[in-house]
Every structure is written in structure tokens, then in C-alpha cells.
Design a protein around this ligand. Sequence first.
Ligand code: PLP
Ligand code: COI
Length: 340
Amino acid sequence: MSKDLNIDWSNLGFSYIKTDYRYISHWKDGKWDDGILTQDNMVTISEASTSLHYGQECFEGLKAYRRKDGKIQLFRPDQNANRMANTCKRILMPEVPVEKFIDACKQVVKANEAYVAPYGTGATLYLRPYVIGVGNNIGVKAAPEYIFSVFCVPVGPYFKGGMTPVNFVVSDYDRAAPNGTGNIKVGGNYAASLLPHEIAAKQNFADCIYLDPATHTKIDEVGSANFIGITKDNKVITPKSPSILPSITRRSLIHLAKEYLHLETEEREVFIDNLDEFKEAGACGTAAVISPIGGIQYKDKFHVFYSETQAGPIIKELYETLIGIQFGDIKAPEGWIYEI
Ligand code: PLP
Ligand code: COI
């Protein structure tokens, strides 16, 4: 597209920029309407909406990538659609059908094509689908009406370091309860994370690590990303816990580690007292991609992995393979890529 946006693509961070169009669809009387694209970035809802008072809302995050040939592609949007459906079920919201979710994402990318960064800049178009309970209600019960919307923002790296390692501190707070909502993507988990994040940031850490809320002995999450560790014998380890958000990036990396890099992988408990078993570590997610973890502060001990200034070789290889697939330079496993 020829529109001149005056965006410094290579120096984008992760901040809101108003793009031209967003998709919005309403659910009423048991069904979703067809949805429209609108230029209005304001959402007007009843003061008695469940999303405002009782946290009946959820969101997703996925990206559109510009390939070398100029075409645009989405990475595994069906997986985000399925996870959002799971989230909706848990908090009694109507599910958005997978086809409707993917169609909305495609419409938003097409309508905002000028905001998909040129290939080679490293920037992407981040899509933010969400569902909110709306309509008039005051008791603690499911809303009478819902809105499903998707907007988009051009973004660069989530953690300032990009592929330079960043440090984390273990928080005393929990983001979710053992049988609560840690495994779904509801706003409440993120509201719970604001204070611990601020405490970590004030101490110059990129974010905090959450331990499992039941025993506080095992790594659950790395801020808004999953943990990935490489053992001294080159095994790729990710934590197993019922209160972790099932990261699509993590699942993809496990597949790539096995099938592309021929490494052993294991999903199991990761004890915070046993960080010595890892020679490399990273935080993985849509926004984070893979951010190498330099070190982790736990109580009065600072544990350094590979290096505080350089990513380790396996984390680097996993990163290159993942972004190679996302930007269309490496052949993707069947069904991972949706061309716009
Ligand atoms: N964990 C949390 C708490 C997150 O918010 C995210 C981001 O979506 C992730 C992990 C990573 O998940 P994904 O790779 O699906 O983006
Ligand atoms: C994502 O990676 O999509 C996230 O949800 C992380 C954060 C921006 C909330």
C-alpha cells in the first residue's frame, strides 16, 4: 500500500497506535450478528456491563507477518480461536465460532494492510481479539449481551531487549489460583499481575516470575509469557501446571525443537530451587516471541543462565526457526500458516 504512515518500523515497541479499522460483532438473543468493520475506536457500553464489574471478558493475541514476497500471513489463528472458545466456556460467555474468529482477523488485517510492516524490519501487526459481557445487569450472573471485536496495532519487541537477554525476579504474589483461571485468558489474571509487575520494574527487572500458586516451589509463568529451559544435556523443558496459560508459541517451539532441531523435549515440573539444571532459558509468547532470560532473582540469590548479555545457541536456533516460519522463510508444518 502506498499510504505514508511515517512509522519507524525498526524501532517500534509495544504501544497502542490507532489503526484505521477494527471488526465488531454483537451477540444478542442467542446469536452473533455478521459483524462490521468500523473506523470508530471507541466502544460504548452499558454502565451495568458484567465486563466492567465482574470481569466477564477475555482476549487473545496473535500476529500478521509480511513475507519477503510482500504477501501477509497469520500464524496459527485457529489455535487462538480454540483457546478463546475454551476461555468463553469457563466464564459463561458465548463462544465465537472458529471460522468467524479467523474471518474477523483476516478482515482486520486486509483493511489495515498499510500497517503490516515491510519484510525485514522485524515488526509485525499484533491482533487483539476480545469478548466482553455487555447489556444491563447488576447481579453476579452472565451478561445478556456480548461484543466480539478485533483491533490491530503494529508492534516491535515486547521486552526491550529483543534478543538481548533480560532479567526477571520471582514474585511473592500469584496471578491465579490453583483451580482458578490461570489456564484461560481472562483480564482478571492480568489485573492481578499489574502490582507485581510494577514492583519488578521498579527493581529494574523486565517482569516477574510467578510460582505455582499451590506450593510456591515451581515456575508457572514468566510475566505474560511461558518459561522454556534448555538442560545441560540439550533437552527442551517447559513447565507442566494446571494454572499456566497454554501458550501457542510454547507448543509450537516444542514441535520445532523435536521435528526441526531433533532435540528431546519434556513438559514437567520446573523447581525454582533447581535452576542449575538449565544452561539456557527463555520467555516465550506471541508478544515476547522468545526473549532470552539472562538471570532470575529468587530471594537473595541471582541465578545467571547462559549469559546476561548474549542469547544461548539453542534459544537462538529455536528463535530463528520460529520467526523463519512466521515470516515465511522456512517451510511451516501443515496447517500453521493462513495466507491473507
Ligand atoms: N502466558 C501468559 C500469561 C500470556 O499472557 C501469554 C500471551 O498470550 C502467554 C503465556 C503466551 O501465549 P501465546 O504463545 O499463545 O501467545
Ligand atoms: C500475548 O503475547 O499476546 C500476550 O497476551 C501478552 C501480553 C501483551 C498480554
